[in-house]
Design a binder for this molecule. Sequence first.
Ligand code: HEM
Ligand SMILES: *[C@@H]1O[C@H](CO)[C@@H](O)[C@H](O)[C@H]1NC(C)=O
Length: 481
Amino acid sequence: MQISFSPTFATSPTSLLLPFNVLLFSVLVLLLFRQRHHPSKAKRLPPGSMGWPYIGETLKLYTQNPNSFFSTRRKRYGDIFKTHILGCPCVMISSPEVAKVVLVSQAHLFKPTYPPSKEKMIGPEALFFHQGAYHSMLKKLVQASFLPCVIKESVPEIEGIVLKFLPSWENNTVNTLQEMKKYAFDVAIYSAFGDNMEVEVKGIKCLYQRLEKGYNSMPLDFPGTPFHQAMKARKLLTETLRRLILKRRESGKHGGGLLGMLLRAKDHKLNGLSDSQIGDNIIGVIFAAHDTTASVLTWVIKYLHDNAHVMEAVTREQEEIQRIRTKDNNRGLMWEDTRHMPLTSKVIQETLRSASILSFTFREAVQDVEFQGYLIPKGWKVLPLFRSIHHSAEFYPQPEKFDPTRFEVPPRPNTYMPFGNGVHSCPGSELAKLEMRILLHHLTTTYRWKVVGGEEDGIQYGPFPVPKRGLPIRVHQRKKT
Ligand code: HEM
Ligand SMILES: *[C@@H]1O[C@H](CO)[C@@H](O)[C@H](O)[C@H]1NC(C)=O
């Protein structure tokens, strides 16, 4: 979620390829992120190149393979280096211990930071934009809604979603990313609202899809631009959410999903959350849950395709569960089944490491911070580089190899952060993994797939790194042996 959960949050890489857009974009960025503070000359800044002013090294980041951008700089400068991304002076961090300082032990000195356009689209009261008491109050509520004991109830619903779309793949060519987006979106909507499908929820689904079209556009707000359309959809979303909230408040039954949880919430003075606090956090969670999970699922499908022995081993594990289900009155998947998928779980872990779809996250120094012998001036962005850590040969031998067995031994502390670390870490990690396990159960036992249009590897950003063209695949029934 990076919201930008990744840098890409701020703009789409394709738009960066056009020189005109680059110019426009850099001017915008200049206006949006003017550096408010000048570092004192006395202390030493981290080493590194700041690139061209304003455009900085952004172009390089989005045109090079993300692994090589980080690894060349890490080799040259070490675990802490400075650069310029999206017009901001940044310090990038690729040591697990230092990342822990930023995200966990000194988290109060480094606040989350997002481009203002993202805040407008998602809603300024969503938890990821906040620190301190407001953040921790909301975080507890959101976490409570995604605890294992809560999400275990949604296994039948999630399985139902899978069984609805999966048969349509047979003998067809599908775009994996697009299909996974639909799946992750349906699960996110279900987690947000529960199973009472009020008419308003249908409206919210449509409006959210309109909002989404503008997420990665340039933040130019005048008639006709995708951003403007998205902001219009966001206003309508606010109204529709308000109607739904009112309806649920008046009915006295707060209903299911995260919405139900937020409606029931009271602080110690027995004040409830306001409509906009609830609305912004609902949109925020749908946003955080959606493209992230879909991108990781797309990578799972690719890695299984590329590693036939892993595919067969996962299939054997899933067939065993299928056998038990069939014997047991042909019952559906149960939560307990999803807890007993050791190999499948390692495949998911390794996919999260290898794909590192959130290459890094953004924080901002709230004051001048002295740190590992360097000065980080107030207002500078600080980026823990999850991807660099996940691709360091020191922690993961042969890091470019897809090897689920590496997780037979737990990773060293602070070297595995696909869901972040510290106060802002992901509350949806268990749900995301559950969705993947349920899909893989039915997919591997029933189907096989071939990547369409060549097997050459390539990455595109949408906005997270995914296989080229969203991985079109041709799907057929598996020949049972
Ligand atoms: C595989 C899929 C997912 C990945 C890789 C992922 C990754 C992350 C990461 C790395 C962060 C921390 C960002 C930071 O520190 O700046 C985060 C935060 C968050 N994620 Fe996820 N996430 C995924 C799925 C989900 C799902 C399904 C939900 C739904 C509940 C969700 C909800 C959130 C929220 C609300 C935050 C903000 C937490 C905060 O600021 O306190 N994510 N996610
Ligand atoms: C898919 O193709 C196979 C082989 O041609 C055929 O046996 C099967 O019935 C087809 N499935 C569907 C759903 O059309």
